[in-house]
Design a binder for this molecule. Structure first.
Ligand SMILES: NC(=O)c1ccc[n+]([C@@H]2O[C@H](COP(=O)([O-])OP(=O)(O)OC[C@H]3O[C@@H](n4cnc5c(N)ncnc54)[C@H](OP(=O)(O)O)[C@@H]3O)[C@@H](O)[C@H]2O)c1
Length: 284
């Protein structure tokens, strides 16, 4: 099989590319400069040249602050870019998988865990862009798949990689002079990126639609880590851990996902606490 992965120099894309290669797939991973997704004709030209049999679209601006400060510039990438890729996938008649986000549930007035089919009213630019991208994606490719990913981490970060939750955590665990302060008003799943990557080949066989695709979250970040440190016997870390009662206090966030749809298709993620325990045990 030949798969084209956009954003393959990024956090998820580079691991996805390595995984598909290890499975024996031919992976086409055009760099940003080689296939700028905001350039519709370049996307079409490259896709016709490479003739992939499937596409995994990871390219995006995933920095929510950047989307807030430049909603138009980032929409060009997150929305128009996704549409350009979806259009090319339709042209080739191939399976198209879009990486979306659990952030589409930010601002929801419905209780968590959130379901794919619920009414959404995303509260910030990144979330709005991701939802718009999903709609365009499925509009062009009804057989396409949109994966709502949670916050991801890798216990073994790559050199020069942007920070993930685990990078922040390990840095704070190893340097006692740093604060170990985590929010109590933020509830979401946090998933080992390697678990997501391992599930991607199966995602290519899902029927068209939207799937919550990550670890079910339990408690808020502070209480989750309190339990993780307790389970691992990290008494010093437990003593240093403090609740951050400022972050998200004005608008408490609960974007935990109901992953029943994916699990009914055999794609099951361990919960946030179990995953963090396992990942930390391996590196500490
Ligand atoms: N990381 C998370 O925890 C997380 C959570 C939920 C959802 N997601 C979603 O998962 C996907 C992957 O996220 P990530 O963390 O891997 O992102 P990332 O590390 O920021 O990587 C983004 C990738 O997109 C490429 N890119 C940006 N603009 C482009 C353009 N105009 N044309 C072509 N390529 C472009 C970047 O290439 P250059 O660096 O060369 O510009 C980079 O390879 C995104 O859709 C994100 O929204 C991520």
């Amino acid at each position: 099989m030949r798969i084209l992965i956009t954003g393959a120099s990024g956090f998820l894309g580079r691991r996805a590319a390595a995984h598909f290669r290890a499975l024996g797939w031919q992976v086409i991973a055009p760099a940003h400069a080689e296939m700028d997704i905001t350039d519709a004709s370049e996307v079409r030209r490259r896709m016709l040249q490479y003739k992939p049999q499937a596409v995994l679209h990871c390219a995006a601006v995933s920095d929510t602050g950047a989307c807030r400060s430049d909603p138009q510039g980032t929409a060009l990438i997150n929305v128009q870019g996704a549409e350009n890729v979806a259009f090319a996938c339709r042209m080739l008649g191939i399976k198209a998988v879009l990486c979306s986000s659990d952030q589409v549930y930010a601002g929801s007035i419905l209780p968590a865990p959130h379901r794919e089919d619920e009414l959404l009213m995303p509260s910030h630019a990144y979330a709005q862009q991701k939802l718009q991208a999903e709609r365009l994606w499925l509009g062009h490719c009804p057989d396409g798949v949109c994966l709502r990913l949670s916050w991801m981490y890798d216990a073994v970060p790559q050199p020069a990689e942007h920070g993930s939750f685990m990078t922040m955590l390990l840095t704070a665990l190893r340097d006692e002079s740093l604060p170990l302060c985590l929010p109590v008003y933020d509830r979401r799943g946090i998933t080992d990126v390697n678990a997501v990557v391992s599930a991607l080949p199966a995602a290519l066989s899902l029927e068209g639609g939207v799937y919550n695709f990550g670890a079910p979250g339990g408690e808020d970040t502070f209480h989750t880590l309190q339990k993780v440190f307790g389970a691992l016997g990290l008494a010093d870390a437990l003593a240093r851990l403090r609740p951050d009662e400022q972050a998200f206090a004005a608008a408490p966030r609960d974007i935990r996902m109901d992953c029943t749809r994916a699990s009914a298709c055999g794609i099951v993620f361990e919960d946030t606490q179990q995953g963090l325990c396992r990942a930390l045990r391996a590196v500490l």
